[in-house]
Design a protein around this ligand. Structure first.
Ligand SMILES: [Zn+2]
Length: 300
């Protein structure tokens, strides 16, 4: 009987000790979760607030997210104004001092990223939601390296004893990005300069890396749903430039692109913008594998 109690006690202590060594990380998006897992390996326990098929600009702040954040050792955000509508509110409600802006456990993944479309004047007029520059920078795999570096530095601050482990994982991540990028660029090479239409302005980093040309967007401004005037404009642009493909994301309705497709014959292709957008996109590398294969299918 006594032995049994001792055994139970030891089991409990053992579990607590193992659990306590893991760094508890909460990320805003699934891409940041994937990269944190690749760098942190078995030293981290990561959860993401937004799923990969949710629009990262608009997430309902649920109480369960506050509980998660209250227990976190580290918080990772895309930053700029991607999550402006929901994450600052969740962060302050968590009352967790370890992960507030400026603390060691706060990681802004955008630090050091060369941003595109930074406006000269900050203006939230007409509902624009990209006022600090385009926040969809993770859609260029080279920016993935900068994100991984920022996450690695964050983990090292929390767990300096694992510095060598995190840096070895960062090196492996960078090597795999370089290797895969050659494959992705080779696949996309025949489509350099091909014009397409996109629903939301979230592809400029992808466009620049892989040489596509996004002629226009169904949204007249980021965050403003397609208007009849915009749809008419898009239809004429598609006809004038013989555009064959419209790209969209899982969280947008296809009603307006369906209208355009009917009038022009252009195909709507739904790409993943985040890990988990579709079942086969299990990590950050799968995201580009999926999107590039899907695009090429659409072009042919
Ligand atoms: Zn956006």
């Amino acid at each position: 009987m006594k032995l049994k109690i001792v055994f139970i006690l030891l089991t409990c202590i053992g579990t607590t000790a193992v659990g306590a060594t893991k760094i508890n990380v909460v990320t805003t998006t699934a891409d940041l979760k994937s990269i944190t897992e690749l760098i942190g390996g078995d030293k981290v326990d990561v959860s993401s607030i937004a799923t990969g098929y949710q629009n990262p600009h608009f997430v309902d702040p649920k109480p369960s997210y506050i509980i998660k954040l209250s227990r976190a050792d580290m918080f990772v955000t895309v930053g700029l104004d991607l999550e402006t509508g929901w994450s600052p509110q969740l962060l302050s409600s968590s009352r967790n001092l370890k992960i507030q802006k400026g603390s060691n456990g706060y990681v802004d993944a955008s630090v050091g990223v060369v941003l595109m479309q930074v406006p000269s004047v900050i203006n939230r007029g007409e509902g624009d939601i990209h006022i600090f520059g385009n926040p969809h920078y993770w859609l260029d795999p080279i920016n993935g390296k900068q994100i991984a570096k920022n996450i690695c530095e964050g983990l090292e601050k929390i767990s300096p004893e694992n510095k060598a482990f995190f840096e070895a994982n960062l090196n492996a991540f960078n090597t795999k990005i370089d290797f895969k990028l050659k494959e992705w660029e080779m696949k996309m090479a025949p489509y350099k300069g091909v014009k397409i239409i996109a629903y939301h302005n979230e592809w400029c980093y992808f466009e620049q890396r892989f040489g596509l040309e996004i002629a226009d967007f169904l949204e007249p401004k980021p965050g403003i749903p397609p208007t009849p005037t915009q749809i008419v404009k898009i239809i004429s642009e598609i006809k004038n430039n013989a555009i064959k493909v419209i790209i969209s994301s899982p969280y947008f309705t296809t009603s307006s692109s369906d209208v355009v497709s009917k009038q022009t014959g252009a195909k709507t292709i739904v790409l993943g913008t985040s890990v988990g957008a579709f079942d086969s996109i299990k990590d950050y590398f799968d995201l580009f594998d999926y999107d590039i294969d899907k695009l090429i299918q659409g072009f042919n």
